[in-house]
Design a protein around this ligand. Structure first.
Ligand code: ADP
Length: 325
């Protein structure tokens, strides 16, 4: 089976604003793809083009092998969409709302009850199915939204900021449900979010979207590796700070040194732990703490979203030492 989403050079301009620029995106069945970017990056515009709800200015788009501009109904039938806020009839129960959606989607009347019961079970709302939707918590409404998107058994599920305004337990439930749908049902999932930490655990791949451009795609580890060719080390040593700093600065491969509240923080071209320990020892400053920091997602995110060195070209930054007072 081919990809379920494929765009090439997809572009959308509103007057002078380019909301989405030259987007190439391929998503396979069973894959969870996280579209990450700050507000205004172009995530919603991308989703609307995939759904055939807004016309691209240029480029190609295929969803389940079809162009949404030419086959809007077939694409709509294959794609479940959960917008950032879902409207339900609050007087109707969860189950009644889902029956209504099933009828709108022209599901065979003989199948409706079974499908509705199935999706209520999948999202964990069987027990609350016969309560009015107006009495649901935000997390429950979001799960009802997922059920609503799933009633037509879509091959693709598109979720726009599905975890916003949901408590941590609700977030956990939604995200594990997303992962399960991909693994067990082979549904392809496109999840838009500005919350890297929430989605990193369940996404197979992530695309970082800034000002309408997809500046990088890959797994979290690939993104971390591409962005930051440095090794970050934390050091603490007994002895006068000036002497520690001078010793560290003199070590080959040290690119920058900063002082945090607790540690010296060193960006280096390689893992210099042995050299650091030896040289500090020779200088009479015994090492009390030395560790290599793990991939820094916050740093990745900040560097992409503030536009610094987004190509990861490896240009050496000017050597600097900053000592906080
Ligand atoms: P995101 O979903 O990442 O927050 P959007 O896709 O909503 O980003 O918006 C991308 C850019 O396109 C923004 O600069 C936004 O102001 C602009 N934009 C979105 N929709 C319209 C519209 N209908 N008319 C004009 N500009 C729009």
């Amino acid at each position: 089976m081919g990809p379920v989403i494929a765009t090439h050079g997809l572009t959308k301009r509103y007057g002078d604003t380019t909301a989405v620029s030259d987007l190439d995106l391929v998503i396979q069945p069973g894959e969870v793809f996280g579209l990450l970017g700050p507000n205004g990056a172009g995530k919603t515009t991308t989703i609307l083009m995939l759904l055939g709800l807004t016309e691209p200015t240029a480029g190609d788009v295929e969803v389940v092998g079809l162009d949404p501009r030419r086959h809007p109904l077939a694409v709509k039938a294959a794609v479940g969409y959960l917008p950032d806020s879902v409207g339900f009839d609050d007087h109707l129960t969860g189950r009644q709302n889902l029956r209504y959606t099933a009828r709108l989607n022209r599901i065979d009347p003989g199948e409706i009850e079974g499908r509705v019961a199935d999706v209520l079970h999948v999202v964990g709302l069987t027990g609350a199915a016969d309560q009015p939707a107006g009495e649901y918590s935000r997390g429950m409404r979001q799960r009802l939204g997922m059920a609503d998107a799933l009633v037509k058994r879509p091959r693709v599920l598109i979720l726009d900021e599905p975890t916003v305004n949901i408590d941590p337990a609700g977030v956990e439930e939604i995200l594990s449900l997303v992962r399960r749908l991909a693994d067990e049902e082979g549904v392809a999932i496109l999840l838009s979010s500005h919350l890297l930490h929430q989605v990193q655990a369940i996404c197979d791949r992530i695309g970082i979207f800034v000002s309408g451009r997809m500046v990088a795609t890959g797994t979290i580890d690939e993104l971390a590796g591409r962005l930051d060719d440095r090794v970050i080390l934390e050091v603490d040593a007994a002895g006068p700070p000036d002497a520690v700093l001078r010793t560290l600065e003199a070590i080959d491969g040290v690119r920058s040194i900063t002082r945090t509240d607790d540690h010296w923080r060193i960006a280096a071209t390689a893992d210099l732990r042995t050299a650091i320990a030896d040289r500090l020892h020779d200088a009479g400053c015994s090492v009390t703490h030395l560790r290599r920091a793990s991939a820094e997602l916050d740093a990745i995110y900040r560097r992409y979203f503030t536009g610094e060195d987004v190509t990861g070209s490896g240009d050496a930054p000017a050597r600097r030492s900053e000592v906080a007072s």
